[in-house]
Design a protein around this ligand. Structure first.
Ligand SMILES: Cc1ncc(COP(=O)(O)O)c(C=O)c1O
Length: 484
């Protein structure tokens, strides 16, 4: 049976359901599957023509024991989570038509970002486990703009779960904000937080503090659905398999993914797919904040002051999933991970030695894309092909162009388009020639509808946040699912 271990090695392994419900491990580490399932070539052959839903069932069956979620229930939960998608199979497009540069569109879910892909499934799973336990949960999550809407949509109407998406005022797009504030469900309470100098990272500090108080965590029934939750990361392995089977000529051929990296959840999904046996490599594309880039380029993990960028959803200076990535790259050496975490917590920086640095960068090239390059990428692709990227997809495509020389000449590359351009009309306007009206592909009917809907949001300052949450969550638990 696959068990879920802490990256810090200080708490006992737990089965999948507990890992999902707890979020963080007891010692503050992140859960990782052990052992990572290994796929045979025959298995990959069998999987290669499956559609996305069938592939998701196969991949997730490798991680979820049938005693915990029987196969029939797993299929039902997957189907329910993917039902609101415009299309479950993520489109792979090649605007230049050269068959080597691909874009994988992961934004056809209900809130138009790749977060929908895993969030819906995670919430279905949580609800399933809670029903069995006859229990309930309060989800607090800090968002840089896309996790919040995805969670709000997935949780809306669930009787056993309440959700508190926290977002930094003025640091997400108006469209992302509307996706949360117009959800119109009693069990979803978005909170706009003022004075966050470090954006979403500031909010993560409050969340971590609440989670660090065991008594409070128990009383408020706290859990999280940020990508610290292993359920999200596992589900994010599926699209790597899907894209691989659709773009390589022969099984065993190499493939590169260019990923717009924030907290590293998506990259960790790719890393797990690689560990399972896919011959894939990565371009880690970040914006001007660049913490993630410096890990691979210089072997340093260092917190630097946040700079607001045009690709705001990846304005992250502490990519917290990095500890998972480190765990995988050092072959599960929890003492090493623990030492690095402790050092980072004390000094805000960790310098890796040459051996570890070379393990971290094996099959990974990284880059930091400026706002000007992001705008250029949107403008050039649109001008040349009529295809419209959002700023995060543009970071991935610009990263792919810049880093491709680091890979074998004919290796195809899939840039991961993580959000729909309709979520960022102001950036798109800036990128396209002045005076040009926005193309049809810059709009989405769901956003237009949200602009007309009523909004509901709590507003507080950063200093008030912790107390406000405790008070409101205490009160909300009294109203959740009668009889619990
Ligand atoms: C549109 C978009 N792209 C990329 C990312 C980065 O993903 P991750 O945090 O998994 O690295 C995010 C989320 O933070 C996002 O919302």
């Amino acid at each position: 049976m696959i068990m879920y271990h802490s990256t810090r090695g200080g708490s006992p392994p737990v089965p999948f359901d507990q890992a999902v419900l707890q979020g963080f491990a007891g010692d503050g580490g992140l859960f990782v599957p052990h052992p990572v399932p290994q796929l045979s070539r025959a298995q990959l052959e069998q999987w290669k023509s499956l559609d996305y839903v069938a592939l998701a069932r196969e991949v997730m069956s490798c991680y979820i024991d049938p005693e915990i979620v029987p196969k029939r229930d797993l299929e039902r939960l997957l189907a329910a989570s993917l039902a609101p998608f415009e299309q479950a199979d993520p489109p792979l497009v090649s605007p230049g038509q050269d068959g080597r540069q691909w874009i994988m569109e992961l934004f056809h879910g209900p809130t138009l970002s790749f977060k929908d892909v895993a969030m819906g499934f995670l919430i279905e799973l949580m609800d399933y486990f809670l029903e069995k336990l006859d229990d309930r949960l309060s989800l607090i999550l800090a968002t840089t703009g896309d996790t919040g809407p995805a969670a709000a949509y997935a949780v809306a109407g669930k009787k056993r779960i309440c959700c508190w998406p926290l977002y930094p005022a003025g640091m997400i797009s108006r469209e992302q904000e509307l996706q949360m504030t117009t959800i119109g469900a009693g069990n979803v309470c978005p909170v706009e937080v003022q004075d966050c100098r470090n954006g979403g990272d500031d909010l993560d500090v409050v969340v971590a503090r609440l989670f660090g108080n065991e008594q409070l965590k128990k009383r408020l029934k706290l859990s999280s659905v940020n990508s610290i939750n292993i359920g999200r990361v596992l589900m994010q392995t599926v699209h790597y398999f899907y894209a691989y089977f659709r773009t390589v000529e022969r099984l065993g051929d190499p493939l590169v993914f260019s990923i717009p990296a924030g907290a590293f959840g998506n990259l960790c999904g790719g890393e797990l797919a690689r560990l399972m046996g896919l011959p894939i490599e990565f371009i880690c594309a970040t914006n001007k904040n660049g913490t993630q880039h410096r890990i691979f380029a210089d072997g340093i993990f260092e917190k630097s002051p946040l700079q607001q960028s045009l690709s705001s959803a990846i304005d992250i200076v502490i990519p917290y999933n990095f500890w998972r990535f480190l765990y995988f790259r050092c072959s599960g050496d929890t003492a090493l991970v623990n030492k690095a975490v402790t050092e980072f917590e004390h000094f805000g920086t960790v310098q890796f030695d040459d051996i570890l640095h070379s393990k971290l960068r094996q099959g990974v090239v990284s880059t930091s894309i400026s706002d000007e390059q992001t705008l250029e990428s949107i403008a050039n692709i649109f001008e040349q092909t009529g295809y419209l990227l959002d700023p995060h997809g543009a970071v991935a495509v610009a990263g792919a162009e810049q880093c491709r020389p680091g890979f074998a000449e004919h290796t195809p590359c899939v840039s991961v388009a993580t959000a729909h351009p309709a979520k960022f009309p102001r950036v798109i306007k800036k990128a396209l020639p002045t005076g040009r009206s926005l193309p049809e592909s810059a709009f989405h009917h769901s956003i237009e509808e949200a602009k007309k809907a009523d909004t509901k949001v709590l507003i507080c300052t950063y200093d008030e946040l912790e107390l406000l949450l405790v008070e409101k969550i205490d009160a909300s638990l009294k109203h959740l699912s009668p009889g619990l």
